[in-house]
Structure formats: C-alpha cells, structure tokens
Ligand binder design. Structure first.
Ligand SMILES: CC(C)(COP(=O)(O)OP(=O)(O)OC[C@H]1O[C@@H](n2cnc3c(N)ncnc32)[C@H](O)[C@@H]1OP(=O)(O)O)[C@@H](O)C(=O)NCCC(=O)NCCS
Length: 373
C-alpha cells in the first residue's frame, strides 16, 4: 500500500493571499474590522460595501450603493417565466444553483470579465439573490412572485418578497444581523470553489454556481437545516441527554458543532445565541432555544465541541417562521457578497489554481486485448 503525503482536506494549507477577511487566534475580521464590532454597529449594506471596497462607506457612498441595489433587484420577466417550470419538489438549493446559472443567459455582460463589468455584476447578484430565492419559494407554494420595492434593506426586501406584506421590524433586524455574520469567512469551501472557478478565467456566474453547489453540503452551509431537523427529532428538552448519548454512541455527527478552523468556539455563534434567546422570549416560543442551549452544554461536556455559526441560526430562522429548507439559501444570499469580493480579488491577481494529487493507484500496468481481460 502506498502512503499519501497529501494533507487530507487541505487542513492548514495556505492556498492564496487575501485582504477580504481573516481568522487569527479565533477572531474573525472583515477587512480588519472585528465581526463583533460589525454585528453590533453596522448594517448588512455597510458590510457589503466594506467587502467590495477597502473600508466602511460614508453616508454618500452607502446611499449610492443602496440606490444601485434598488435598481438591480428586479429580475427579467422571461427569467421569472422560466423558473416557474422548475418542479415544485426541487430543493431550494438545487433550484437556486440552476436559477443562478440560468440567469447568466439573461445578462448581456455575463461573459465580460473586465473589472468594471465584474464590479457591476457583483452588485447585481448581491441585489438579485433575495429576489430569486423569494420567487422560487413563492412558485413552489403556487403564489405569484412579488416585485421588489425600492428603499428597503436587503433583509426587509427579502421578507417582503417572501410574504408579500410589510416585514416586521424585529424580524428585519434579526435577519440583518444574521446576514452580517454570514457574509464572509476567509477561504471556506464555497469561497474556494468560487475563486478556483474564476482562476480559469471563467465568469462570475460560473463562480457563483460552483459556490452554491459547495455551500449546499451538510458539512458547510447545509448544516443549519440539519440542526433544526435534529432538534425536531429530539422533540423535548428531556430527550436532549438521551438523544445525544445514543447519537454519539452511533458515531453520528451532530450538525452545528465543530469547525475546521475554530477549535475554541466560533465567534459568530454568541451573537446568534443571544438573538435566538431574545426572539424565543419575544415570541413565547422558547423551546428551541432551551433545547439548543442544553445540547450545547451536553456537546461541550461529552465531546469538547462548541457550536458554530449554523447552530443558533437554525433556531433564529425557525422562530422567524422561515421554512427550514430556505435556511441554506439565506446563507447564500448573504455569502454572495463575500464570494463576489473574493472573485474580484482573484481576478485582480489571478493565477490558475491547479494543485497536484499524490497518486496512490497501481503502477506499471500493461493493457491486454479485450478478449483476454
Ligand atoms: C465542520 C466540520 C466538517 C469540520 O471538521 P474537520 O475539521 O474536517 O474535522 P473532522 O471531520 O476530521 O473531525 C475530527 C473529529 O471530531 C469529530 N467531530 C467533528 N465534528 C463533529 C460533530 N459535529 N459531531 C460529532 N463529532 C464531530 C469527528 O467525528 C472526528 O472524530 P474522530 O477523530 O474520533 O473520528 C465538522 O466539525 C462537522 O462535520 N461538523 C458538523 C457539520 C457542520 O456543522 N458544518 C458547518 C460548519 S460551519
């Protein structure tokens, strides 16, 4: 047997340089600003500006970005007509992956990879992801898509287009914070997929399609959906301890715990935990927070594993009444901003990403005529 020298899962491998976000000693920063500071003191649109530029915007810069987002939110009518044909049973993440890929064919500058065009497309896609996700959801429940209204934040606009009502300010504030916390995360799997895609000088839509495919998996963005499904399986607070004992004995992976980079806790989790507790109290639906807190304590005690960003975002979205299979698409509607920033950075200093594999298969074989095999 041959022993491979490869780093399985590329753990610890530094694949490129980036000035978008960093994780150092368990502290996550976007362009040098601590995520705690951004979560407490900024809005998602300010973070979008920060990721696409070098610094937070002043008022005029923010107003200009919001105006651009307003102008770009609507989707082409023909595109909306096409996505109506998607099967109603399609998972929102597969529908989103296909829709984003398809949208490229409705964008006259989809294949223009000049910096100016890429920047325009970055803003366009950040603006359009909420519209696409809301339209896909309304299609599958047999309702007409809702046109975006100008003057709304990304969080408010998404909730408005989902429910066709004026969104609740508490829900808008919670979602806005969740979007800030999910916007970027150094060289995570989906961001790497996006960067690798454009390293071939492919286009922004292809990058986003690759990224959505990578985000979909339960070891990455798909974990938040699985968290709520786990809590639903547990059903009651009394069942938390026996459930965990049995699950760990069966070598089950408990979604929403552990992280490749953070070994002493994910800095985003505490914000979502606080939100989960507050929203639970506000709505009177405290069960999900209570069970989550118990599961966290039990996981720390039994496995020494702490919650990651997906763990408490699940109970936040659940209490906000968001359908479970939209949790990962919501992750995408935030992370598209980080993907876009990384794609612009990749184009700005590109070299084809093409690693090597340590070959471990048989060697020196010779083919025989087919009749002798
Ligand atoms: C995120 C994750 C993929 C990172 O994993 P990683 O760095 O590749 O670590 P590994 O998968 O090699 O796991 C290392 C050990 O911890 C255990 N472990 C890691 N996460 C675990 C979890 N959530 N539940 C139970 N055990 C876990 C593994 O079973 C393994 O144990 P072993 O050495 O006895 O086999 C992993 O923690 C995980 O699967 N978490 C659940 C999915 C999730 O929440 N993803 C969202 C991440 S933001």
């Amino acid at each position: 047997m041959t022993t491979s020298t490869a780093d399985k899962g590329l753990e610890g491998v530094v694949a490129l340089t980036s000035s978008v976000s960093s994780i150092v000693d368990g502290v996550l920063t976007y362009r040098g600003y601590d995520i705690d500071d951004l979560a407490e003191n900024t809005t998602f649109e300010e973070v979008v500006y920060l990721l696409l530029n070098d610094d937070l915007p002043n008022q005029a810069q923010l107003d200009e970005l919001k105006q651009q987002l307003d102008q770009e939110r609507a989707l082409p009518a023909e595109f909306l007509a096409q996505i109506k044909h998607f099967p109603k049973t399609a998972l929102p993440m597969e529908a989103l992956r296909t829709a984003v890929s398809m949208l490229s064919m409705f964008d006259a500058e989809a294949n223009d990879i000049t910096p100016e065009s890429n920047r325009r497309k970055a803003i366009r896609m950040i603006a359009q992801f909420p519209t696409i996700i809301a339209a896909l959801h309304r299609n599958r429940i047999g309702k007409e898509a809702v046109a975006p209204k100008a003057g709304m934040s990304t969080a408010a606009s998404f909730l408005h287009m989902m429910h066709n009502t004026d969104p609740d300010p508490v829900a808008v504030e919670a979602l806005d914070k969740a979007l800030i916390l999910h916007a970027d995360h150094e060289l995570n799997a989906s961001t790497f997929a996006a960067r690798q895609t454009v390293s071939t000088l492919s286009d922004m839509y292809s990058a986003m399609t690759s990224a959505i495919g990578a985000l979909k998996g339960p070891l990455h963005g798909g974990a938040n959906e699985q968290v709520i499904r786990t809590l639903q399986r547990i059903e009651t607070p009394e069942n938390v301890a026996p459930f965990l004992e049995q699950a760990l004995a069966g070598k089950e992976r408990i979604m929403g715990f552990g992280h490749r980079v953070y070994k002493d806790g994910d800095p985003r989790a505490k914000h979502l935990k606080k939100m989960s507790q507050e929203l639970g109290k506000m709505t009177g639906e405290t069960k999900w927070y209570v069970m989550s807190d118990m599961l966290e304590n039990a996981m720390v005690e039994k496995k020494g594993l702490k919650p990651n960003v997906d763990f408490y975002s699940a109970s936040v979205y659940f209490v906000l009444g968001i359908p479970v299979d939209l949790y990962t698409p919501i992750f995408a509607l935030s992370r598209v901003s980080g993907w876009a920033a990384h794609v612009l950075e990749q184009f700005g200093n590109n070299r084809l990403i093409r690693p090597r594999a340590d070959y471990t298969g048989p060697i020196s074989r010779h083919s025989k005529p087919i009749s002798e095999r």
